[in-house]
Design a protein around this ligand. Structure first.
Ligand code: ARG
Length: 466
């Protein structure tokens, strides 16, 4: 009892939101112009290099090449000045530009696509875009590192509590803490530099996947487009999106660092901590509670990290099941990268501004640094050094001193000598020299340690590299 109206009615069900049935749906799912128009400058650069090479190799005439280059430059200014009409019917940026070229210069336009395919064309455009974005990211990270170096220099001696488990552990300097971020963003920057090196190969000329029979010169286009060399395998070239995934991985790791910084700023700026005050430029008030100053920018940086991670996972998932070489799935790579790039740029810019503008409350930090028996390790170390105790015994003796101070409601440095001597007879009044937070940090001169002299050495190391 086959009912022929079945197909019709199901079509009516899913077709309802479309004005003109399946064709419109195909157009909507297929078109990428809505987002890949961002690649217009790269597409035009790539086409100019390709046409120039084709003429140089005698594949097209010099006259046609001149028309093509002139037409492409006209299109570039049309798009830049907002006088270009993008059409979804023409699917993507490549076809939009080629169709306009045909209108502008006639049949010569049809020669541009000789010895290439949209597969190598899109790989080229997207690589060029990602390369520029990586270069921008490198500069922005350098700016963020510079902001931290300035704050570190200013606060090489400012004592703050160092935390483990977010519990006061040992006194450190704020400069030292800033330099920890310099290390993190320095690693991000070197990942960016490696990624630029990895992607610095030109895809154009791989054609659809198998290369071409025309006598093209891929070294010439690679050079013209600023790439180190052409890619070596045409199949890999059109199926590879590692450069985009590397960008997203780097963005995800940098985003994670930015988010940890954001989290610390959120904590430090609470009235309970009061370590820093955000500038008005990077905080907002509450519409109902007049006393509030909220760290919205830091919170949004923390949240952007979630978006970036989402993009990384999305592209890894898009790529993981694809057979070689090109599949249309790969068209979905761009939105992920564009969105992550925007989030990362904003997050770095916001953090650079926040770090530069925040006011550090050194008195508050110092007071907090001394609380929670933060110099207990220094007492234990003194017992090892001056009284010859094994560290484990010194640890035990110090534990008793901490317990006593706790029961008396005072700091270690406030315990009278008689109390300390009752715990261990070899303790002398010299011990008080190591119980201050300043003495504690000054003593930690080991390589990479928190002593102001060591922090200044770390700053000098990075200044020479920034
Ligand atoms: N818009 C396409 C993309 O972004 C361009 C490549 C199309 N290639 C093809 N064989 N249909 O991936």
């Amino acid at each position: 009892m086959a009912d022929t109206t079945d197909t019709k009615s199901s079509n009516q069900m899913w077709g309802g939101r479309f004005a003109s049935g399946p064709d419109a749906i195909m157009e909507e799912i297929n078109a990428s112009i809505g987002f890949d128009k961002k690649l217009f400058a790269q597409d035009i650069r790539g086409s100019i290099a390709h046409a120039t090479m084709l003429a140089h190799q005698g594949i097209i005439s010099a006259d046609d090449k001149d028309k093509i280059v002139h037409g492409l430059n006209t299109i570039l200014s049309e798009i830049e000045s907002g006088n270009f009409e993008f059409s979804r019917r023409l699917e993507d940026i490549h076809m939009n530009i080629e169709a306009r070229l045909a209108t502008l210069i006639g049949p010569a336009a049809g020669r541009l696509h000789t010895a290439r395919s949209r597969n190598d064309q899109v790989a080229l455009d997207f690589r060029l875009w990602v390369k520029e974005e990586l270069e921008k990211t490198e500069k922005m990270l350098t700016g963020l590192i510079a902001a931290f170096l300035d704050r570190a220099e200013e606060h090489a001696e400012s004592v703050m509590p160092g935390f483990t488990h977010l519990q006061t552990a040992q006194p450190v300097t704020f400069g030292h803490h800033c330099m920890a971020y310099v290390e993190m963003f320095g690693r991000d920057r070197s990942r960016v530099r490696h990624a630029i090196e990895h992607l610095d190969e030109s895809p154009i000329g791989a054609a659809a996947l198998a290369g071409t029979g025309y006598p093209i010169d891929r070294h010439m286009t690679a050079k013209a487009l600023g790439f180190r060399e052409p890619t070596r395998n045409s199949i890999d070239t059109v199926s590879d999106r590692d450069f985009a995934i590397e960008f997203l991985s780097i963005a995800a790791i940098a985003g994670m660092h930015l988010s940890r910084l954001a989290e610390e700023i959120v904590i430090w700026s609470t009235p309970q901590f009061g370590f820093v005050r955000l500038s008005d430029a990077f905080s907002t008030g509450s519409s109902i509670m007049p006393q509030k100053k909220n760290p919205d920018a830091a919170e949004l940086v923390r949240a952007k990290t979630g978006r970036i991670n989402g993009s990384l996972v999305a592209l890894l998932t898009i790529m993981k099941g694809l057979p070689l070489a090109y599949s249309k799935d790969m068209q979905e790579d761009k939105e992920q990268v564009f969105d992550a790039a925007e989030s990362l740029e904003l997050a770095i810019a916001a953090m650079t501004g926040m770090v530069r503008d925040l006011t550090v409350n050194t008195a508050r930090m110092k007071a907090a640094a001394g609380s929670g028996f933060s110099t207990a390790t220094d007492l234990a170390d003194w017992l090892v050094r001056e009284a010859g105790l094994p560290f484990r015994d010194a640890h035990h003796v110090t534990g008793r001193a901490v317990a006593l101070a706790e029961s008396k409601g005072c700091d270690l440095a406030e315990l009278p000598l008689s109390d300390l001597q009752a715990i261990h007879p070899d303790i002398t009044d010299k011990v008080y020299d190591v119980l201050t937070v300043e003495a504690s940090v000054a003593s930690r001169k080991s390589f990479g340690g928190t002593a102001p002299s060591e922090v200044r050495r770390q700053i000098a190391f990075w200044r020479a590299r920034n």
